[in-house]
Design a protein around this ligand. Structure first.
Ligand code: GLN
Length: 450
């Protein structure tokens, strides 16, 4: 039925880069027969899922929505893929994204734009727009995305579903194609809090193949999912957001959410996150491109994917391969990144941005001495029109103002739908927790879901 749903809706939504029809059916049959012989097929047994196409899948194309990886087949599975396979899941295919996860609308894909299932003229958000649209359109109950500066939480909000960006170090990044390694984190999309929690129990495990993976206790969300109210909980609202100019529909959705939290017994506490709101976005767009420029140096036409046919020397091969293989936004990031890392400008940009990052971390640490979680919008606007911001990279970057600080501080953030605008556009908010505070977020979302 999932494949049927894809056949029906995919021509309009275009969420997928590849659909693994035959493998999925074969896998389902295999699981059926194992089940019939009394075997335990695992916590994800028979659950169809979709992966963002920046996670390595053994013997299956992994494109990152880039021409430069054309034809590349990873020789191994990402750790999350391995965990899901071991847990009994059925991978149905791989979803569209902004090239190398750089973007907020899924318009930067070399394989075309994905539409928002709620309004086909609008973007699904990004960069994990395909994964979010696939869940919203009912292809699968759960998908995986990655979040470097908001790429799970913003598309979840645009598509009216749940999305969780785990604490940095919670989910293994082994086999996730790197964008900005100190910020990247894999996480799930789902249509219920329980589904979100269940898949986290499977993928949120330590991994020696990722040196930043942390050995923290395994999840058991059972009690969080049963939480009945928010009594005794302190939820922070950010002072600086009051005066921030953003879409009144989102502003109103936040106001109503805060009231709903109060009605459930939470105490609302005003907190200050000045550096996060004022300087987070600017410093992220120094640090993320800096890391990206280094990570993307490996695409040289020798080791991976596309290799220019026109070259007459090694240097020429590098130049032509990269010129032909990368899209405009990726080139923009590489240029910014190499500039801010260059000898003359390192102190003025990269070093300064690192200081801002530290200030943001400390600010959050102080805030979490006062509150259990923080609530704020996932995006300053609901889903915008396809084409509306493509020629204005600055405006596109500004749209990440509320999601970026969470990555800078390595914290978990859960984005959820809290209603719809008059035009029928989903409106979302995010709850942010302290490091390793996923359980608090799942518990809060479980209460708000009712
Ligand atoms: N929109 C942000 C960017 O373009 C975030 C992307 C992401 O989280 N992968 O960098």
């Amino acid at each position: 039925s999932c494949l049927g749903r894809i056949d029906e809706v995919e021509p309009d939504v275009h969420a997928m880069i590849s659909t693994w029809r035959d493998q999925a059916i074969a896998r389902a049959k295999e699981l059926d027969s194992r089940l019939a012989s009394g075997e335990d097929i695992g916590p994800m047994g028979g659950v169809p899922i979709i992966l963002k196409d920046n996670m390595c899948t053994s013997g299956q194309p992994t494109t990152c929505a880039s021409r430069i990886l054309k034809g590349w087949m990873p020789p191994y599975d990402a750790t999350v893929v391995e965990l899901l396979n071991d847990g009994g899941a059925i991978v149905l295919g791989k979803a569209n994204l902004d090239e190398f996860a750089m973007g907020g609308s899924t318009e930067n894909s070399a394989f075309g734009v994905t539409a928002n299932p709620w309004d086909l003229e609008r973007v699904p958000g990004g960069s994990s727009g395909g994964s979010a649209a696939a869940v919203a359109a009912g292809y699968v109950p759960i998908s995986l995305g990655s979040d470097t500066g908001g790429s799970i939480r913003q598309p979840a909000s645009f598509c009216g579903i749940y999305g969780l960006k785990p604490t940095y170090g919670r989910v293994s990044r082994y086999g996730l194609v790197a964008f900005a390694s100190s910020l990247d984190q894999i996480g799930p999309f789902a249509r219920t809090v329980e589904d979100l929690a269940r898949i986290m129990e499977v993928i949120g495990v330590p991994d020696h193949k990722d040196s930043t993976s942390q050995d923290v206790a395994r999840f058991d969300f059972s009690s969080a999912l049963r939480r009945s109210d928010l009594k005794g909980k302190k939820i922070g609202v950010i002072e600086e957001i009051e005066s921030y100019d953003y879409d009144p529909r989102v502003k109103n959705a936040l106001k109503e959410t805060v009231q709903a939290c109060r009605d459930e017994g939470a105490e609302i506490v005003s907190i200050s996150l000045k550096a996060a709101i004022e300087y987070g976005m600017a410093s992220y767009y120094i640090l993320a491109p800096a890391e990206a420029s280094s990570n993307l140096a490996r695409y040289d036409g020798v080791r991976y994917g596309h290799s220019s046919k026109e070259a007459d020397s090694v240097v020429d091969l590098y130049l032509k391969t990269r010129r032909e293989g990368f899209g405009d936004e990726v080139k923009r990031r590489i240029l910014t990144g190499t500039y801010v890392l260059s000898a003359g400008f390192y102190d003025a940009y990269y070093l300064k941005a690192q200081k801002v990052r530290k200030a943001i971390k400390e600010e959050f640490a102080r805030a979490f001495e006062q509150v259990d979680s923080i609530v704020l919008p996932a995006s300053p606007t609901p889903a915008f029109k396809i084409g509306e911001l493509v020629d204005d990279p600055m405006a596109m970057y500004m749209a990440d103002v509320f999601t970026i600080p969470v990555n800078m501080a390595g914290l978990p953030g859960l984005s959820m739908n809290v209603g719809f605008s008059k035009e029928g556009l989903p409106l979302g908010v995010q709850f942010i927790g302290p490091r390793w505070g996923e359980e608090e977020l799942i518990g809060t979302a479980a209460v708000m879901e009712r």
